[in-house]
Design a protein around this ligand. Structure first.
Ligand SMILES: CC(=O)N[C@H]1[C@@H](OP(=O)(O)O)O[C@H](CO)[C@@H](O)[C@@H]1O
Ligand SMILES: [Mg+2]
Length: 550
């Protein structure tokens, strides 16, 4: 296309008018709201993805249509940059501007403004690869996306129903094809082979574990896991549950990683299924989060969340790095967490390696992890991965081991670079990673759990008049606005043994979140409630809606 075909874009955009009175925002997880009001947004995201591709010389951009762990009637859309990472932050604002243009004419004007402001050469090609999860609104949103791509003359590649991490994997593979950094084959077969072959090498000679139960959240993780089971063959027994992707209302309903993490209990569908001592894990609705758990002999539930995964994996990698003879000033293993990480996990990790705390949201964690040779990052909610820097990979490849033990540790590390989806958190890849470490350590769930004891913690949502007045610093651990509130929080926290609490506005919901932990459960709950009430009272909300209990 030599210039922008304004008439064609307007004509196509008219088929997807913006709903009146709605403000859309590209937040931490892209656009996310009710699926039936998202078509105009997704149409416009098609145009935006094409512009992003043109800006980057025709590199392939990804578009994922999903609302992850949200209820089934929600949907969402997010863009994936060429190396498989989240969209560059500066473009999130462009996305919001485009989505909120009131008319087709105004939309084209904002497109033109973006083209000149970002200096986009419109004659460049545009390539976009896209996929959706299993939500009922998905097909209509894909149609809107495809019209957006057509309106601007972009080349689209439909990958159908895929998990979020598989789509991220495709984007990286497509863009690195034929280069020395080739990430893999851009097909489901390529993804499955990469994961299953490295897994088999890593567990070769280890005892075959007891069967692992996987709760697929009745989402897109189910069909992907079904394929993976075939590729894994005899190497690990997996039993899939909650695979009803066509049952209306089943997605994420009383199951999935978010349910388990927030409710801190077993999905009811696994009652009587999960035996004491047996390992189980839950994926979320787009299979980028993973939470493990087990029941002890007395039937008590124990959760192994993202922090426990980080502790398990990071300590294992450090051991391998030391065993392989790679450790040194220029080979650093580090961990990245957010303020939501359990205080005990931070202590466990900080005794062993550098730990950095960053603001909530995967992009912050991912970028901070890139500063280490091997950067392990996990959110407490189970989203995370491990990044190996290009120089770390070089060092591994050129390292000459001097003993068979060194050679074996080195080979394990190299296999881990294949097993781990380094583009984004990937529940299935992470699940295999956990299984590798458990096999190498000969750990049961209980032994893994005993690495450290979680401090009791509580997360509370407070509905306030305007969450935008809440501003934070120090990786969201302290409030700078409203002025004076942080001092009051500090005053309260001091009264509780081992107390910690912080307040921040959510990036995905219209609420303020309060997190609290202390050494005992009653103290934790009391602290959480008191801070929530403080936040509420300080901002002058309706007395009828004041949080009075947890
Ligand atoms: C406490 C919490 O779990 N926050 C979640 C949630 O962000 P909020 O900004 O807190 O709404 O959604 C994000 C996107 O999925 C996820 O990255 C993050 O961890
Ligand atoms: Mg998700």
């Amino acid at each position: 296309m030599s210039s922008l075909d304004v008439d064609a874009i307007i004509a196509h955009a008219d088929q997807y008018p913006k709903p009146a009175g709605v403000h859309f925002q590209y937040g931490t997880a892209g656009f996310r709201t009710r699926g039936d009001i998202l078509e105009s947004v997704v149409f416009r995201v098609g145009v935006l993805a094409a512009l992003r591709s043109k800006k980057l010389d025709g590199k392939t951009i990804g578009v994922m249509i999903t609302a992850s762990h949200n209820p089934e009637h929600d949907n969402g859309v997010k863009l994936v940059d060429p190396r498989g990472e989240m969209l560059e932050a500066a473009w999130e604002i462009h996305a919001t501007t485009l989505a909120n243009a009131q008319t087709s004419q105004e939309f084209v004007q904002t497109v033109q403004t973006l083209i000149s402001a970002a200096n986009i050469d419109i004659t460049k090609p545009a390539n976009v690869v896209y996929a959706r999860d299993t939500r009922p609104t998905g097909p209509a949103l894909v149609a809107a996306l495809e019209l957006g791509l057509k309106a601007i003359g972009a080349q689209g590649r439909n990958e159908g129903v895929q998990t979020t991490p598989v789509l991220h994997y495709f984007v990286r593979c497509i863009n690195s094809k034929g280069t020395k950094d080739s990430y893999g084959d851009d097909s489901v077969d390529g993804y499955m082979k990469k994961l299953s072959e490295s897994f088999k090498s890593l567990v070769a000679g280890k005892t075959r574990p007891e069967p692992l139960i996987i709760d697929c959240a009745n989402g897109v993780g189910a069909p992907t896991a079904e394929i993976l089971v075939k590729y894994l063959g005899e190497s690990i027994p997996l039993i899939l549950h909650n695979t009803a992707i066509s049952t209306k209302g089943a997605l994420n309903y009383e199951c999935g990683a978010d349910y388990v993490k927030t409710q801190q209990r077993l999905p009811p569908s696994l009652n009587g299924v999960l035996k004491p001592g047996q390992r189980a894990c839950s994926l979320d609705g787009d299979a980028d989060r993973l939470i493990y758990y087990y029941l002890d002999e007395r039937g008590h539930f124990h959760m192994l969340d993202g922090d426990k995964i980080a502790a398990l994996v990071a300590a294992f990698i450090i051991d391998l790095v030391n065993l392989a003879g790679l450790s040194g000033d220029d080979f650093k293993v580090g961990v990245v967490q957010t303020a939501y990480a359990n205080g005990s996990s931070t202590k466990y990790l900080a005794d062993r390696m550098p730990v950095k705390c960053v603001p909530t949201g995967v992009k912050h964690l991912h970028h901070a992890a890139e500063h280490y040779s091997v950067g392990v990052y996990f959110e407490a909610n189970g989203h995370g991965t491990v990044l190996f820097s290009p120089s770390a990979v070089e060092a591994m490849k050129s390292h000459k081991p001097s003993t068979p033990a060194q050679a074996s540790a080195l080979q394990h590390l190299i296999n881990l670079t294949e097993l781990i989806n380094q583009t984004v958190g990937d529940a299935l890849s992470d699940m295999l990673l956990v299984e590798v470490v458990l096999a190498h350590r000969s750990f049961t769930g209980a032994e893994w759990n005993s690495l450290y004891n979680d401090l009791p913690n509580r997360l509370v949502k407070v509905v306030v008049k305007d969450r935008n007045i809440f501003k934070t610093e120090d990786a969201e651990r302290r409030l700078v606005s409203p002025v004076g509130l942080q001092e009051k929080v500090d005053e309260l926290v001091r009264k509780y043994d081992g107390g910690r609490s912080f307040v921040r506005p959510s990036g995905t919901e219209d609420v303020v979140r309060v997190y609290a932990e202390a050494t005992s459960r009653p103290q934790t709950d009391e602290l959480a409630l008191k801070v929530a009430q403080l936040v509420y009272d300080f901002t002058g909300g309706d007395p009828m809606k004041r949080p009075e209990s947890l």
